[in-house]
Ligand binder design. Structure first.
Ligand SMILES: [Zn+2]
Length: 426
């Protein structure tokens, strides 16, 4: 995409808009666009470029049903602003949502994985809409325009409006950081999000619940600095307590709302496996364990959750994790629905534990339940190797160098895998 010099607009307006900082900023009205020769118009133009760039990045989730579901929530929260807000669902395992000054919102799949019901997602979206309506990014720009942060901001904008950079995670983090709002702005956005969700009929207790869950996850995390949301949204127990008090107050007035958990789990269910896989790739297993615990609490698709619990143990590979992983995969299989990959992982771990008959049973079952698996031939070759091993054990019971090497290739690292010229897909 050709880069436009929109950031130059801001630069120019930075110099000429001397009265901006003292001008009272009103809430944006539905359908309102900034005056042409304003610093706000410059901000919008710069963000339009970033938006166009991000929309073409490979990180965007385009599924029409999921996108329609997010749109439905946005319009339910604020029908008058429904057409002013555009959004993309960004495939990244971190918890975040952000709002650009031109009404362009990012919803990250890490947030969607963690929200336990529609009310929780609605609260976060409402919070971001609060930033938009109150024009917080314009106010923020006017606060930083005379500081060194303004130069960093312009560099980030220039990079984002350039080629293919806007989808990069480091860029997204930098973007979130530059629009780190003041605590007062965050409180305002909290109030807006809370009011929007309550008026739309959502269970307003869920506002505090999603922050509380995130704090629990951060406190458990091996890498707490990876919590991108906290770069732009300071989260504290004080904030949770304030939201709880607001909810109790509404409840005392006889108000109530729905969490719409079933609707949420149905809408996000088809994507959850992919999101969990990306979550585990972060390799912060302590944090992911908290995420899994909260998902288990929903009671939804337990077979899938036990499989990913097994994956967590297998990837973590601490002492005793092989046994824990085997137990988790077996729990997954005890449910009516489970990912067929549980059988494959189980086969590999049984093989590692030298339980050859169990390994063969698992691989055989995997091929039966998953006849179209892309790794069908590979698993078949494992079975053949196990059968050959049976034969060799019978012929040469005292030793089996071939089999020992094969196990090394499976489980002791890249060198072993490379030697056998085959990369394991589990
Ligand atoms: Zn915020």
């Amino acid at each position: 995409m050709k880069s436009k010099p929109a950031y130059l607009w801001i630069l120019a307006l930075w110099l000429i808009c001397l009265s901006c900082a003292t001008t009272q900023v009103q809430d944006i009205k539905p359908g309102e666009k900034p005056a042409l020769e304003s610093d706000e118009a410059g901000l919008w133009m710069a963000m339009d470029d970033i938006e166009a760039n991000l929309k073409t990045s490979g990180r965007i989730e385009h599924d029409p049903d999921l996108n329609a579901y997010v749109k439905k929530i946005l319009c339910k929260l604020q029908p008058d602003y429904c057409n002013d807000i555009r959004y993309v669902i960004v495939q990244t395992p971190h918890f975040n949502a952000s709002m650009a000054p031109n009404g362009f919102m990012q919803v990250w799949t890490g947030l969607m994985l963690r929200a336990q019901n529609e009310a929780q997602l609605a609260y976060v979206l409402g919070h971001e809409m609060g930033h938009y309506q109150r024009r917080h990014s314009l106010k923020q720009w006017r606060t930083i325009r005379n500081t060194s942060s303004a130069l960093i901001f312009l560099q980030i904008v220039a990079a984002g409006a350039g080629v293919g950079f806007a989808g990069d995670i480091a860029y997204l983090v930098a973007m979130a950081g530059i629009f780190a709002y003041s605590r007062d702005m965050e409180r305002e956005a909290d109030d807006f999000g809370f009011e929007f969700m309550a008026d739309a009929g959502y269970d307003f207790h869920e506002a505090a619940n999603i922050w509380q869950a995130l704090i629990e996850e951060r406190d458990a995390a091996d890498q707490p600095d990876q919590f991108i949301l906290f770069a732009s949204h300071p989260t504290s127990s004080e904030r949770v307590n304030t939201l709880r008090k607001m909810a109790d107050h509404l409840e005392s007035q006889g108000r109530y709302g729905e969490s719409y958990q079933r609707e949420y789990l149905d809408a996000t269910g088809p994507f959850r496996a992919k999101w969990l896989k990306n979550e585990l790739r972060k390799r912060d297993f302590a944090a992911s364990q908290v995420v899994l615990k909260h998902l288990f609490n929903t009671g939804d698709r337990p077979g899938e959750l036990h499989y990913y619990q097994g994956e967590l143990y297998r990837m973590r590979a601490q002492e005793g994790d092989v046994e824990k992983a085997i137990a988790s995969y077996q729990k997954a299989l005890s449910h009516e629905k489970y990912p067929p990959a549980a059988l494959r992982s189980l086969g590999l771990l049984f093989w590692k534990a030298r339980k050859f008959e169990d390994a063969k049973d698992s691989f055989n079952n995997y091929l039966v339940v998953n006849p179209d698996a892309p790794d069908y031939e590979m698993i078949k070759s494992y079975l053949e190797e196990l059968q050959q091993n049976d034969q060799k054990q019978r012929d040469y019971p005292a030793g089996n160098r071939f089999f020992t090497e094969r196990l090394c290739a499976l489980h002791t690292g890249r060198a072993g895998q490379k030697r056998h010229g085959r990369r394991l897909q589990y």
